[in-house]
Design a protein around this ligand. Structure first.
Ligand SMILES: NC(=O)c1ccc[n+]([C@@H]2O[C@H](COP(=O)([O-])OP(=O)(O)OC[C@H]3O[C@@H](n4cnc5c(N)ncnc54)[C@H](O)[C@@H]3O)[C@@H](O)[C@H]2O)c1
Length: 271
């Protein structure tokens, strides 16, 4: 998600500092961004010059300290509350006092990240969808600690990125994942029960509901580890059995089969 968000921000004219923990990670993010722009050039959606201009606005680094002067940080690390809280505390000590600190979390309580900082009024959620350059929705998440000005700035940023911002309260899953994940989880349950094959279920939901992809293709795109973390967070909050992750999902994650990012999940991927 990180490289997709960087691409969206740079394509709408923002100067972007893309921070990854390792040089390899930073290189991989820049490579993903370059590949995505090259595809758009190939399809005639952008010129070579535009793609070069967008790449030119993105500076990759491994040093968190380089975020000192930015106006907005969008955190998009692993879906793990302890990791995110630590990062927010560190960002709070590094960034100038007026920087807005936002999270791309899919489900975790934004208020907990806000309270890890000394500026809870300046923390909110800016939740992009996958792939960020293609999906128009951005959920702007308002924790009870956020100021109106912070939420308004997040909405304005999303709109400037050409997205459609929708404001939502800080409740697990926000709008889309609260509604989507019971469906994805129950698709895995149907498959586990032997009701139909993965391909059969995917074909049924595409052909019967007009969805662009079936639930197993979508789970592989989201990442099975991220999907499991989302379901765990939803179940923690609501104790609804529809959110209790189906055992097969947990077993696939334990085996390192995480979907497209590991080239193997419910399906196999060549590239
Ligand atoms: N995958 C999706 O469809 C999707 C959609 C919207 C939002 N999100 C959210 O975006 C965030 C990232 O998800 P993703 O799918 O890009 O995951 P990912 O697994 O592709 O990337 C996670 C990144 O976090 C880094 N990371 C792991 N531990 C870290 C740590 N301790 N400190 C700093 N960085 C660390 C990893 O190196 C990796 O680069 C999550 O909060 C997720 O909920 C994901």
């Amino acid at each position: 998600m990180g490289s997709g968000i960087a691409e969206v921000a740079a394509a709408s004219g923002h100067e972007v500092v893309l921070r990854s923990r390792s040089a390899d990670g930073a290189d991989a993010m820049v490579a993903a961004l370059t590949k995505s722009l090259a595809k758009q050039v190939e399809k005639g959606k952008r010129t070579d010059a535009e793609a070069a201009e967008i790449s030119g606005r993105v500076r990759a680094t491994t040093h968190l300290g380089e975020l000192v002067d930015v106006d907005l940080v969008i955190e998009s690390v692993v879906e793990d509350l302890a990791v995110k809280r630590d990062l927010f505390a560190e960002l709070d000590s590094i960034c100038k006092p007026e920087t807005i600190l936002a999270t791309n979390t899919s489900t975790l309580p934004v208020v907990e990240m806000a309270m890890a900082t000394g500026r809870p009024d300046l923390v909110c959620g800016i939740h992009f969808f996958n792939p960020a350059p293609a999906m128009s929705l951005v959920e702007v998440v308002r924790p009870i600690t956020a100021s109106d000005a912070t939420v308004a700035a997040a909405v304005e940023f999303a709109a400037r990125c050409g997205k459609e911002p929708v404001e939502v309260k800080d409740q697990a899953g926000f709008i889309v994942n609260a509604l989507l994940f019971p469906y994805l989880n129950n698709a895995v349950r149907l498959y586990e029960q032997g009701v139909a094959t993965k391909d059969g279920i995917d074909a049924a939901m595409k052909g019967g509901c007009g969805f662009p992809m079936g639930p197993f293709a979508l789970l592989d795109l989201v990442g099975l580890d991220t999907s499991l973390a989302i379901l765990d967070a939803l179940y923690d909050e609501f104790r609804d059995p529809n959110y209790a992750p189906v055992p097969l999902l947990r077993r696939l994650v334990a085996s390192g089969q995480l979907g497209r990012k590991t080239k193997k999940g419910f399906y196999d991927y060549d590239r």
